[in-house]
Write a protein that binds this ligand. Structure first.
Ligand code: FMN
Length: 136
């Protein structure tokens, strides 16, 4: 497992959305924005599935994903394996959180699943000499 630093976690929380990349079994890539995101701990994040379609099919077939986020010239890429929870405490907490969020923005939202990413590798994506370097 790889651990996010305080700074990586701070930026993850701050950005409005991250980019979640998955792939089909034969390697066709698919990248989508995801705004419903939380940090569970320094090596685990949670994403909520309201609308995943190709993304969900890809994760079921091949659970290795990449999450990328940035602000200005600073960015990080997290790679790891997801599990999809559709029952249990974490899923129930997620459904409440998403329903409340939907009520706040006046747009009904329902979580279909809590996507739990265990982070295996972290890379920097900031431009410059360290671009693409593995950080954890
Ligand atoms: C800014 C933004 C934030 C989004 N956040 C979420 C999200 O948190 N959860 C979700 O399921 N879909 C979210 N979506 C929708 C998905 O990105 C996308 O529409 C969905 O996964 C269908 O694409 P797919 O067939 O490639 O999976 C968001 C879209 C935008 C533009």
């Amino acid at each position: 497992m790889a651990q996010m630093t305080e700074r990586m976690m701070e930026l993850f929380k701050k950005v409005p959305a991250i980019v979640l990349s998955t792939a089909t079994e034969d390697g066709t890539p698919n990248a989508v924005p995801v705004g419903s995101k939380k940090i569970i701990d320094s090596e685990t994040i949670l994403l909520s599935d309201q609308f995943f379609n190709k993304t969900l099919a890809n994760m079921k077939a091949s659970p290795k994903v990449s999450v990328m986020y940035w602000e200005g010239q600073e960015g990080y890429q997290l790679k790891g394996t997801v599990t999809i929870e559709t029952t249990g405490q974490r899923y129930e907490d997620t459904t409440r959180w998403i329903e409340d969020h939907g009520n706040k923005i006046g747009f009904p939202l329902k979580s279909k699943g809590a996507i739990i990413l265990k982070i295996a590798e972290i890379y920097g994506v900031s431009p410059g000499p360290g671009a693409g370097k593995q950080l954890a």
